[in-house]
Design a protein around this ligand. Structure first.
Ligand code: PLP
Length: 382
């Protein structure tokens, strides 16, 4: 059975993929760069794409970014892994949000890293608890880095406030702990202003910044990047032994984005905003009396909190029988705790399937309850 109402997987919108433009870019890039393709290109990768990503960064953040501080990666996931490999040994501790990206959790687990989680609230990671957590861990378990999803956090969609960003940098610098800022979703942006990335707020030399083309174009390209300052930049790249990234994909995308990333990104974001609104309006119609959910200003996910008395196994079964799929909260919890949350990914779901699917999800949540108790919480985090 095909997964009709597939809210489980964080993909972007295939309807806005620039097929014609990509075909033209591929043809031009191959003709122009076939000779370069017959060679290896070292650790940093395709120079024009790095320059375009430096422009993307400096236009978003309002600071100048040197293309030679950027290394293209096989998706930002390669950067997540290389950074962890470079900065930790098995048994080491890191700090992250208590709910975070499941791919990162499994990478860290497989490297034997112990994750210490800070809770989330509507302003993102509870940085106000960082110092007391560091003091509790003491020098023996001093974290090797802090991994933070600052903007449109996965899974919650929260944005870390400017005040907390400043506090995070100040504490990390005082304790001499690197920060890994994963800004994968930063340009999947619907409404309003967003705070600057950490590297644009400070000269602290141990901020490692990761970004991607997966969320503004397509994860199948496997193009992401790492931006950092020496010596930590070189320390991470020393772990790289793949003879560089996919030069063809980079050459094609450099041609596609010859005039910058924003016009294609804006086109995609308009369609995603419609989908996000369909999800939150559907939830407001169906579940306002028993659930709470995020209304994110960007990203690909709505984070939903449901009553404690929902039987989670039954919910998964009832939803699957209606061909509705979602990602359970436990997938994103650093200890796999089955808290009463779920994540709805909407990027690739056709608009009509969102309209039809949310009521089926709502029906499944109601039927999986074991009581009729009124809602016992006010919002997502109280
Ligand atoms: C927070 C976060 N970081 C990294 C990734 C990996 O993305 P990619 O390797 O495709 O750039 C994802 C993918 O969902 C993500 O959500």
């Amino acid at each position: 059975m095909t997964r009709r109402f597939d809210f489980a997987v964080g993909r972007t919108n295939p309807e806005t993929f620039p097929v014609d433009k990509m075909q033209r870019a591929a043809s031009i890039a191959i003709e122009r760069e076939y000779e370069a393709l017959t060679n290896y290109h070292g650790r940093l990768g395709h120079p024009e794409l790095r320059a375009i990503m430096a422009t993307r960064e400096s236009e978003r953040e309002g600071v100048s970014v040197n293309p030679d501080s950027i290394a293209l990666m096989n998706g930002s996931m390669q950067a997540v892994t290389l950074t962890a490999e470079a900065l930790t040994s098995p048994g080491d501790t890191i700090i992250c949000e208590e709910f975070t990206y499941s791919g990162t959790i499994s990478a860290y687990r497989s490297l034997g890293i112990e994750m210490v989680g800070l809770p989330l609230d509507n302003n993102g990671m509870r940085v106000d608890l960082l110092e007391s957590t560091l003091d509790r861990l003491g020098p023996k378990r001093k974290p090797k880095f802090i991994y933070a999803l600052t903007t449109y956090q996965n899974p919650s969609g929260t944005v870390m406030s400017l005040e907390r960003r400043a506090q995070l940098i100040r504490i990390a610098e005082n304790y001499d702990i690197p920060i890994v800022e994963d800004n994968c979703y930063g340009d999947v942006h619907f409404d309003g202003d967003k705070p600057s990335a950490l590297y644009a707020l400070s000269d602290y030399a141990k901020i490692i910044y990761l970004c991607s083309l997966s969320k503004i174009l397509a994860p199948g390209l496997r193009l992401g990047y790492l931006l950092a300052r020496p010596p930590i930049f070189d320390q991470i790249l020393e772990r790289r032994h793949d003879a560089g990234g996919n030069y063809l994909a980079a050459a094609i995308v450099a041609e596609l984005y010859r005039d910058g990333v924003w016009s294609l990104t804006d086109h995609l974001n308009k369609s995603l905003r419609v989908k996000k609104n369909l999800v939150v309006n559907g939830l407001a119609n169906e579940l306002h009396d028993i659930c709470a959910w995020s209304d994110p200003a960007g990203g690909l996910f709505v984070w939903l909190r449901y009553p404690e008395d929902v039987d989670q196994k039954k919910l998964a079964e009832l939803a699957a029988a209606r061909n509705v799929h979602f990602a359970p909260g436990a997938n994103f919890h650093i200890n796999n705790d089955d808290r009463p949350y779920l994540r709805l990914a909407f990027g690739h779901v056709p608009d009509q399937d969102i309209r039809d699917g949310i009521p089926l999800l709502a029906q499944s949540i109601r039927e999986a309850r074991t009581s009729n108790a009124p809602k016992e919480f006010g919002d997502l985090y109280d």
